[in-house]
Design a protein around this ligand. Structure first.
Ligand code: SAM
Length: 264
């Protein structure tokens, strides 16, 4: 018997095969690729992926679901099912150019996305179902209320497309929030040189840490020297009154380059 869905693990299972087809089509698999799936659940997406991918590696945290799926997918010779937390899965063991396809557990979607982006050298694209609110943040640009750390850190690493929305009726149990599918195509090289990434993340997080404050004050509060910030803003032809949400990706890259490290 199938175990009852656990709300705390974000278990909203897809029941609409048309949506499954659309997700698989969006992944645009060649037949030679390895797919990494987070949270296979009852396996509706997993089975479809096994039909078109060369290999599917899936990790499920719920032991009962994992055992149920293992026992019911013995016919899927190209499936490697793991029991565990995707946050601890050794992503560096994935083959290069893997394709990530997942209906993510919403309680963990941003943490999982950041982790996947940290290991983007292993993958070429990601097709993810997540909350519409998070999808909007992923595609937001300067001036939008949704523009923030998630938008900037994702868009410097990938081209983001909001592909389609999914009705709550397509899941059991139904989620209380809207759902959307996004596609992220990893860009190589990304906008930020690898050696600069740490500082870049620090600057972006510090910039948005106090949304209502001026960028100058937010960065000062996070340890950056006001004179250096002022000089960097002047180089960008930005006034010292500007706020983080006004800056484009390219401006954040230049700001991080100019600021280097925060003061001790
Ligand atoms: N893929 C299935 C589908 O589309 O019907 C299930 C999707 S459901 C939204 C999310 C799945 O992720 C659940 O099976 C849940 O148990 C699993 N999950 C939750 N947290 C997880 C974690 N940290 N690591 C791996 N799987 C997790």
């Amino acid at each position: 018997m199938l175990p009852r869905p656990l709300k705390q693990l974000g278990q909203h299972f897809l029941i609409d095969t048309n949506i499954v087809r659309k997700i698989v089509a969006l992944a645009d698999l060649s037949g030679q690729e390895t797919v990494f799936e987070i949270g296979p659940g009852r396996g509706i997406l997993t089975r479809a992926l096994c039909g078109v991918a060369s290999r599917v590696i899936a990790v499920e945290i719920d032991r009962q679901l994992y055992e149920h799926l293992r026992d019911h997918t013995r016919d899927c010779a190209n499936l490697e099912l793991h029991h565990g937390d995707a946050l601890n899965f050794p992503l560096s063991s994935l083959p290069e150019e893997a394709v990530v396809v997942a209906n993510l557990p919403y309680y963990l979607s941003t943490a999982l996305l950041f982790r996947l982006l940290d290991h983007r050298d292993r993958c070429s694209r990601l097709v993810l179902m997540l909350q519409t609110e998070v999808a909007r943040r992923l595609i937001a640009g300067p001036g939008s209320k949704d523009y923030g750390v998630l938008s900037v850190l994702t868009q410097v690493a990938a081209e983001v497309e909001l592909a389609f929305h999914v009705s709550a009726q397509c899941f059991r149990p139904r989620p209380e929030v809207g759902s959307s599918v996004v596609k992220l195509r990893i860009t190589r090289p990304g906008l930020v040189p690898p050696a600069q990434e740490k500082v870049f993340r620090l600057v972006v997080r510090a910039s948005f840490a106090h949304r209502r404050k001026r960028l100058l004050n937010s960065l000062r509060d996070e340890g950056f020297a006001p004179a250096a910030v002022q000089a960097a803003l002047a180089r960008l032809r930005r006034s010292s009154d500007c706020r983080a949400e006004e800056l484009s990706l390219e401006e954040f890259v230049q700001l991080a380059e100019a600021l280097g490290q925060p003061m001790e």
